[in-house]
Ligand binder design. Structure first.
Ligand code: GPP
Ligand code: MG
Length: 288
């Protein structure tokens, strides 16, 4: 055995048994509500939707009902991704963006289609990274949009190298103090950070039963609203927009609950939003 030989540097991925369990969940995940929706146009999302649905998809000819419902849920999820991109921009074509917790890559492809810029996405799930890179190939943008098996808390990317960073429903898997420190390091001065997230409402108290059910379902740890603003302020990230999307996302969950694509978590989201214990927020902040 040669003790002095160091193993080759591998960019950090999972850093704990907890993160191993999260990676295992996403490596095994094949929910039709994600795969069927992504097949509509090749933008595979791992977030929820916003806006008023066309409820008529639940009625009409039975032979097309499922397809019409899939398209409608996907339209609402796409609207959410577009809203997030609205808050990143304008980003020049020579700019660079980071999608932290990129899932199957739909959000990165949306941002690249909007701005034409380079986008890097990171995930600790090898399945998601491979899937997302295949999608970038299929969209013909693999030279501009790249997915990496890396940990968003310690990406290995150069300091000050990004014009914008976002987390689309991925902050509940990490400590915000660590996440925002890494984002502040990677963003150039004046760069933009955007998150869309579910947070628990401090005015309700601690997490409700429904919020705890969501945590157990996804193996995550939903943060209180207060922690977002405390940790942004502590990490040179100054909020510029805060939008409460709770009312805008409830109809998505109502449609999903009536669809053939239920996963079993729909009631918990509806209860959590309606009892006031949970909020769906967009927060945009500038790096100073
Ligand atoms: C998953 O999206 C999003 C999360 C697991 C984060 C939890 C989000 C909160 C707002 C609390 P998905 O599209 O993979 O989930 P599903 O399979 O249920 O559609
Ligand atoms: Mg989904």
């Amino acid at each position: 055995m040669i003790l002095s030989e160091k193993p080759a540097f591998v960019p950090s991925q999972s850093t704990s048994p907890y993160q191993d369990s999260v990676a295992a969940y996403w490596n095994a995940e094949r929910n039709p509500v994600n795969l069927r929706l992504g097949e509509v146009d090749g933008f595979y999302h791992h977030h929820y939707g916003i806006g008023e649905p066309d409820w008529s998809v639940l009625e009409g000819p039975e032979d097309t009902r499922e397809e019409r419902t899939v398209r409608e849920l996907h339209r609402l999820e796409s609207a959410q991704a577009q809203l997030l991109a609205d808050h990143l921009g304008p980003i020049p074509a020579e700019g660079r963006l980071l999608d932290a917790g990129c899932g199957r890559g739909g959000g990165s492809l949306v941002a690249n289609a909007r701005f034409g810029c380079q986008v890097d996405g990171v995930s600790i799930s090898s399945h998601q990274v491979e899937f997302a890179n295949r999608q970038a190939e299929k969209h013909g943008v693999a030279d501009r949009v790249r997915f990496h098996l890396r940990n968003m808390l310690d990406t290995g990317f150069e300091s000050g190298s990004f014009d914008g960073i976002w987390n689309n429903e991925s902050t509940m898997y990490v400590e915000l103090s660590q996440l925002f420190a890494e984002h502040a390091r990677q963003l150039r001065r004046g760069g933009r950070y955007v998150t869309i997230t579910g947070c628990y409402n401090d005015t309700y108290g601690l997490p409700s039963r429904a919020v705890s059910e969501i945590n157990a379902h996804y193996i995550c740890d939903i943060h209180p609203r207060s922690t977002y603003f405390r940790e942004l302020a502590a990490n040179r990230l100054v909020p510029v927009s805060v939008i409460d999307l709770t009312a805008a996302t409830v109809p998505y969950w109502e449609l999903r609950a009536k669809s053939h694509l239920v996963t079993g978590i729909e009631r918990s989201f509806l209860d959590a939003y309606k009892d006031g214990s949970f909020q769906y927020l967009l927060i945009a902040a500038d790096r100073v």
